[in-house]
Ligand binder design. Structure first.
Ligand SMILES: Nc1ncnc2c1ncn2[C@@H]1O[C@H](COP(=O)(O)OP(=O)(O)OP(=O)(O)O)[C@@H](O)[C@H]1O
Length: 303
């Protein structure tokens, strides 16, 4: 009987992501990835941006390209894979793991590898802005400000992120944003942040868009208005329990296109895309790219 052709997989490991070491990943793959289904290569990145180059070079050769890192690593690897035949896999090793959590991919690395053996996948939306894309959440305001500080911090992980947020909250100044969704103007006053969400959470179960669906052809556009300092603990509680919708400082819309205009006198310098900071322009145009990426995940009934 003819032997079934094996699926080829490339594991791209970001040693810089999250707080845990990654040296054990090749041994874990040897132990738990099914060699009757897959043949595979493993590459550790040497610098930021290399994951994207490796993914681009590998997308014709490999059936599956697996991001072994956090949302920033996933973003880099996914960019060349849009509308291609290659499937994105995820072994969550980041600080927040927002997309993996949304998709129900186990945070346990052994279980995440075993899930790849099951060969389930779904097709998800992604969101475009100029020449960039993101898969999970992007935004301007406080979260972009924190993303910038976090990127230059030597320590990763949730505790480091939370410490930076606590330090920065007191001196942070809100900005005036004009927000237009599908041609209709929604707000033009001060906001603490504006988030564009494809999935429901930033990571670490911080649900900025609790009802967002990742394959519905829509993005969720959420704002948090300026709030008094005493409200901060209540906000954190609502964020982590998926109850932001009940807050009078929160509003969320859905749409296919969104335009954010940042006021000229703002000192806003960054936007974050999947948690990584980029220089921001005064006018940002987002549009949904429906069902543009294949991702290995649990069957719908198990999510
Ligand atoms: N070898 C490397 N050296 C330094 N930085 C790297 C390297 N490989 C990738 N990077 C960069 O590391 C950054 C952080 O990675 P990533 O976002 O995956 O982890 P994280 O921030 O800890 O997790 P999360 O995004 O889930 O919170 C990314 O911007 C990525 O471009």
């Amino acid at each position: 009987m003819a032997e079934r052709k094996k699926r080829s997989a490339l594991f791209i490991v970001n040693p810089h992501s999250g707080t845990k070491g990654k040296d054990h990943i090749p041994a874990l793959l040897n132990k738990y990835l099914d060699p009757t289904i897959f043949e595979w290569d493993v590459i550790f990145t040497q610098y930021a941006g290399e994951a994207r180059e490796l993914s681009n070079a590998g997308k014709e050769k490999y059936d599956l390209i697996v991001a072994t890192g956090g949302d920033g690593t996933i973003n880099e690897i996914a960019r060349p894979l849009l509308h291609s035949k290659a499937v994105l896999g995820i072994i969550p090793c980041g600080s927040g793991n927002g997309l993996a959590r949304h998709l129900g991919i186990p945070l346990n690395q052994k279980k995440a590898i075993q899930l790849l053996n099951e060969q389930h996948m779904m097709v998800i939306d992604t969101i475009k802005l100029d020449s960039d894309i993101f898969l999970n959440v992007a935004g301007v305001g406080f979260d972009a400000h924190i993303a910038q500080s976090f990127a230059s911090s030597k320590k990763r992980g949730f505790i480091s992120y939370a410490m930076i947020a606590l330090r920065e909250i007191r001196q942070f100044r809100c900005t005036d944003y004009q927000l237009t969704i599908d041609g209709e103007q929604k707000i033009e006053n001060a906001s603490f942040l504006v988030s564009i969400a494809n999935s429901s959470q930033f990571g670490n179960n911080a649900h900025i868009a609790p009802t967002a669906r990742i394959a519905d052809g829509l993005m969720d556009i959420c704002i948090l208005r300026d709030f008094p300092f005493w409200y901060y603990p209540i906000l954190i509680y609502r964020l982590f329990t998926g109850r932001l919708k009940n807050s009078k400082y929160y509003q969320c819309w859905q749409g296919k296109e969104a335009l954010i205009k940042i006021s000229n006198d703002s000192d806003e310098k960054f936007i974050h895309l999947d948690g990584d900071p980029y220089p921001v322009k005064n006018i940002i145009n987002f549009s949904i790219d429906p069902l543009s990426l294949q991702v290995a995940c649990k069957p719908a009934s198990d999510r």
